[in-house]
Design a protein around this ligand. Sequence first.
Ligand code: ZN
Length: 137
Amino acid sequence: MEIEIVKASDLPPPLLQESKVRYRLDGGEDPPSAPWRDADDLRWAVRHWAARLNVKSPQVQVRAMTTKWASITSRGRLTLNAELLGLPRGLGEYVVLHELTHLLVPNHGLVFKLYLDAYMPDWRDRQRELDLADYIQ
Ligand SMILES: [Zn+2]
């Protein structure tokens, strides 16, 4: 059993995994430019954002995807492109926020953008970076 202490501004419940428990403590997050540690790190970010958005934490699958960064079903199954792990975490955080916001707003209309503005004011910059890296929907 490995215990990893990670700082963050929110305190959702710890993520219990096969081999590790991760707690995040108040007082500082990894900067958006930092790399992801591993796929569990990305899964943890999903729980973090689900807690912030007050939506049910989805089942998360990280796998190779050829045409999208991520997708989510209305029943709460989130698939994330494994290539995100190779990009700065700020871009993956945006993808996670984008997909989880679809649990609240299915389209990309004004209300959707208001949510993104509220939770991640620089989301347009991140979207642009992702567009340069590839695609999101
Ligand atoms: Zn979308």
